[in-house]
Ligand binder design. Structure first.
Ligand code: KG4
Ligand code: ZN
Length: 351
């Protein structure tokens, strides 16, 4: 077994209650994730109050399983870490309170980490150290951001979405197509069977200099293409049709074309960022890094340009405690501990 500090990472920023034990920032000894998708499905989105209550119910068994799967006791830990920002405040508070309580009662160091920064660490779990600096790409339900990463603790923002995040665009696109929740993986699967050239959806262009993103126009284009433009005014406004009028083939063509435009916007800015910065590595993280088309296009880019593309293993794409514990090891090694006054925050300081 490799050496290094043994850290418990806790993650409750949105709708997954997760805990993981990681040794030395690389070796994942356990990775427990309790999703709440079933609770939010009927609302087609995460309901904050339901999410925080579910975290409260699940946090203790999730922690117990994480320790059990790792084959260790609480006394074996060197520190307790938590994702304390950004996210839904009521959800974050559950994880932060659990982490502080454990750290205080065990007399172990307490470490808060930024969830967005932790997503960038996901491709380093179970892997060797890449060349620095790296380009960082976080694509999730809440973020679409590019970074220059000098090392896991030193990241600089290069660009971000000015409206919807790509994961949100996937989820809303899936709702428009009547695919259910969470829509990202469903739209991805359906797109595999469609013609990605059937429709020409817009790829945002915010100017040559900028590395920002915009997804609200894409979403509206799909809405109008599927449902037609709204008729009537004010409270009377409504669409003439919905996705139930579409055949399976038509739906698949919409999904494939939508996915082509969504991924194109990412690849365009990633290409521009590589032209401007001398980097050999790209770190990718966030739920949408599980997307089949994005993974294929980033892998092809890596082969073309001889880059080290760190796509996380599937279990580390979505929110998880391993990425929190992994990044926390870097803070542990530098003695960057937090005191118990650290609070939760809805905002990231890096993204
Ligand atoms: O990182 P994550 O678990 O939570 C946030 O920090 O937001 O990301 C969740 C997002 C959701 O919007 C979900 O639909 C999307 O990731 N997602 C996908 C895929 N798998 C998850 N989007 C596109 N294709 C996928 N295969
Ligand atoms: Zn996330």
């Amino acid at each position: 077994m490799s050496a290094g500090p043994l850290i418990l990472g806790i993650e409750t920023s949105c709708d997954e209650t997760a805990a993981s034990v990681v040794r030395g920032g690389r070796e994942v000894l356990s990775n427990v994730v309790a999703t709440q998708h079933d609770l939010h499905e009927e609302y087609a989105g995460v309901v904050p109050e339901i999410a925080s209550r579910a975290h409260l119910e699940r946090i203790t068994p999730v922690l117990r399983d994480a320790l059990k799967d790792a084959g260790i006791g609480y006394e074996d830990l060197d520190a307790v870490a938590v994702g304390h920002r950004p996210g839904l405040i009521g959800s974050l508070i559950v994880g932060v309170a659990a982490a502080k309580t454990l750290a205080w009662s065990l007399g172990k160091p307490f470490i808060g980490v930024d969830h967005v920064q932790a997503h960038l660490y996901a491709g380093l779990l179970g892997a060797d150290e890449p060349a620095w600096p790296a380009l960082g790409l976080v694509v999730s339900g809440g973020h679409t951001s590019l970074f220059l990463v000098d090392d896991p603790l030193t990241v600089r923002s290069l660009g971000r979405t000015i409206d919807d995040a790509i994961g949100e665009a996937y989820d809303k696109g899936a709702t428009i197509l009547g695919l259910g929740y969470p829509g990202g993986p469903k739209l991805d699967a359906l797109a595999q069977t469609g013609d990605d050239r059937a429709h020409d959806f817009p790829v945002s262009n915010l100017g040559r200099e900028r590395l920002d993103f915009s997804y609200s126009g894409l979403k509206t284009s799909l809405l109008y293409a599927v449902c037609g433009t709204p008729v009537g005014r004010g409270a009377e406004a409504h669409f003439e049709r919905d996705a139930s009028a579409l055949s399976d083939k038509e739906k698949a063509d919409f999904a494939a074309s939508y996915q082509r435009a969504a991924v194109r916007a990412i690849m365009k800015n990633v290409g521009k960022a590589f032209d401007r910065h001398d980097v050999q590595t790209v770190l990718v993280g966030g739920g949408v890094s599980a997307n089949s088309r994005l993974r294929a296009e980033l892998t092809a880019l890596g082969e073309d340009r001889n880059l080290d593309v760190r796509l996380p293993a599937m279990e580390y794409c979505l929110d998880n405690g391993a990425m929190i514990a992994g990044l926390a090891v870097r803070k542990f090694e530098q003695g960057q501990f937090d005191d118990l006054s650290l609070g939760a925050s809805p905002r990231s300081e890096v993204a």
